[in-house]
Design a protein. Structure first.
Length: 270
């Protein structure tokens, strides 16, 4: 990878840039960003900045990354279109289908659609990636390397599965934050102050996640190992099971996936 162009120099572009520069120190980065203060900040890091799309920003780029909010993506595509000469487009915009972007880019087909998540902002994201089967493997490899700047990449075989990625890992941090909120309230409910509750809950989450990652055993086996018959964990899990929490997650993820499909269809009509 020699040169990358970002359309939009916000949070995600900055996070990707930080990871990319670590992995490819000689990478040339050009960013189109209309907001002058954001442009100045980026320019101070050695990036070449542009207030509006122009050929020089894109020329020679291995990929052009669409990193604007979905609501301004159509406008950004309209500004980009006259300057495109067949470059690889990688979209990180949530909820906008590759076909919609293709239409906004005058029928351009060299498009990869990705779905990162918010921990990408600290280099600990996970990205779902969809590339049409017709796309050259070299382009898929470039898009994958780009997105690996903020964490691992999972390739999905159909674009509909991007809605499933959105439901699991895109929205997933919110489910985890809600779990943390619930555990903090529960810890305070049994007598801890806010500081100790935070320390206990976050360290438990971090440790259990690391154990699940490091272990060859399934989470179910790890759970059973902490749960002795008639013990404290069994008392807690009985309450959680009686409330149907696992089934709620299945329904929640399905609801998120279906909403993603609806929003994608709405954006397609825009
Ligand atoms: N943040 C995440 O963790 C996350 C996770 C998954 C997906 N995404 C997706 O990533 C995309 C970017 O998110 P973000 O958090 O980085 O947003 P952001 O911080 O708002 O960055 C977008 C940037 O693009 C600029 N912009 C607006 N119109 C433009 C145009 N026509 N041409 C070029 N630049 C333009 C914006 O400038 P102004 O401020 O002047 O509008 C802003 O600086 C979104 O589509 C989002 O859905 C983000």
């Amino acid at each position: 990878m020699k040169k990358i162009c970002f359309v939009g120099g916000g949070n995600m572009a900055s996070a990707m840039l930080a990871g990319l520069r670590k992995a490819h120190p000689a990478l040339v980065c050009h960013i189109i960003e209309p907001f002058a203060p954001a442009r100045d900040k980026l320019a101070a890091t050695g990036v070449t900045v542009y207030a509006t799309a122009e050929r020089a920003a894109i020329d020679g780029a291995d990929a052009v990354v669409l990193a604007v909010k979905p609501q301004v993506l159509k406008d950004a595509c309209a500004q980009l279109l006259p300057h495109l000469a067949g470059e690889l487009i990688v979209s990180i915009a949530a909820g906008t289908r590759a076909g919609t972007i293709s239409r906004w880019l005058g029928g351009h087909t060299r498009i990869v659609r990705t779905m990162p998540n918010t921990p990408a902002l600290i280099g600990q994201g996970i990205t779902g990636l969809y590339a049409p089967a017709s796309l050259a493997e070299r382009d898929v490899a470039t898009a994958t390397a780009l997105m690996q700047s903020t964490g691992p990449v999972v390739r999905v075989e159909s674009e509909a599965m991007i809605d499933a990625v959105t439901a699991v890992s895109g929205s997933g941090p919110a489910y985890v934050f809600q779990f943390i909120e619930s555990m903090l309230a529960a810890a305070q409910g049994v007598g801890f102050d806010a500081d100790n509750a935070r320390t206990l809950v976050l360290a438990t989450l971090k440790g259990a996640t690391a154990l699940a990652e490091a272990s060859d055993e399934s989470p179910a086996v790890l759970r059973e190992r902490v749960t002795s018959k008639g013990g404290t964990t069994a008392a807690a899990l009985a309450v959680i099971d009686a409330r149907g929490v696992q089934a709620a997650y299945v329904d929640a993820v399905r609801a998120a996936r279906d909403r993603g499909a609806e929003l994608g269809a709405l954006a397609d009509g825009a």
